[in-house]
Write a protein that binds this ligand. Sequence first.
Ligand code: BES
Ligand code: ZN
Ligand code: ZN
Length: 500
Amino acid sequence: MFQVKKEIDFANEHESLVIGIFDKPTIFDGRLADLDKIFEGQLIGLVKSGDISAKKKVISVIHTFGKSGAKRLIFVGLGNEMKFSFEFLKEALGRTFKKIKEAKLCETAIFLDSFTAGSVDVQDAAHAVSESFALATYQFKGYKQKSNEPAIKLETINVYAGGAVENEIRASLTVGFAYGRGTNSARTLVNMPGNKLTATEMANYAKELAEKYDFKVEILEKEDMIKLGMGALLAVNQGSAEPPKMIVLKYQGKDEWKDVIGLVGKGITFDTGGYSLKPKDGIVGMKTDMGGAAAVLGAMEIIGELKPEQNVVAVIPSTDNMISGSAFKPDDVITSMSGKTIEVLNTDAEGRLALADAVTYAKHQGADYLVDVATLTGGVIIALGTETTGALTNNEAFFEQVLEASHEAGEPIWRLPLFERDKERVRSSKIADLNNSPGREGHAIMGGAFVGEFAEDTPWVHLDIAGTATTNKEHDLGPSGATGVMTRTLALLVERFETL
Ligand code: BES
Ligand code: ZN
Ligand code: ZN
């Protein structure tokens, strides 16, 4: 896929050569000056005339008619050097790779040095190349009889590393590619319909991951859940013809099983709402209600690839939320694994019930820190829109680490408040310890607050991705549909984690 080469030689043959240009060059220097010499100064002339643009994300393709080894020069406008960032670079490269893919080229070269400025060094640029390549060219295969995969695929990227150490560039490409591919795996899981990705299939997928990366794996079956008293997850599954699964993966990167990070992902493979039935327009799309589980599995893939010195336990409660004569109902009172009793006021607030038992189980498995990720509430979409993931926490220092990881991953999160008065609302049932739906006011907070009751004093961050797990617009780093959001944030959190 990626071949690392040293100094660029413009005589080398390529289908295309990708070059970044910043605002507003009046002369080319360094290697670009050498390139321009081949064209007798015509390239800088094209910059001056505006045919080659340095404006942000504008891509100019110049055919070389045999003058240089590359058949095409692809100039990528990078705008103002002072405003250049890693995140912007990934988007600009993503757009470029999409264009190359559309042009059905199977190979390209890239002049890495031309994509560095300010805080973005050549290592970052290499990471950006492989991550954005994976993300931008992602396509969900789907189930059409006739494959929508192009016959010619962009398969080789020759990276000119200039003066950088080749092995270091290779390592950065590997890391970026792992991040991109892990995110794509999460996207694929989310894009799969509920009849294809059942809880059983998700468990099988987790087992395959475990085999590939040598994780310990445990799949709790319905009988195990009954023994452990997981009444909350079991209640959600009660109306289903599909058996529930509690999926547990363990990665041990330290000598001892301590300082364990627990990653908990909502794995509702389809959410009808249950007897608190969703309206018909609100049901379509609810195959994506396992976006949290997908992010956790995607992050575990990255962790498996990069093997950081950390301990991680991933816990995924999985079932669909269906209606039948045996389904749970509003007014039911259920007992969670923690012993806390819950009055069910709304069967559509099922995610927090599934997460409750998963969080308790993660703690039993030794989790010292917890992050739960869930497509939990429509309320978070009203509060924050579809670009920003909502967060809640019980621990400032742990939240800071999650926030930093999210910045670096380019996946924005924004914290919502969680005060004692908010907690009182989930504790306000007359007949049980908790209620699962204290009303629509601030209900993104209520969803998280409920999960927090089970995290108790363990440092915990809740991430509500109901708005960010999918997008209806194609973007520079992927198609419409699943985004794989929080995969990279979770993996980065684990990689960089420092015990509190
Ligand atoms: N799965 C939904 C949340 C959701 C909404 C995800 C839109 C993706 C897009 C969740 O289980 C749910 O239905 N939440 C209810 C909670 C309410 C009943 C308290 C909601 O947000 O309306
Ligand atoms: Zn629901
Ligand atoms: Zn749901």
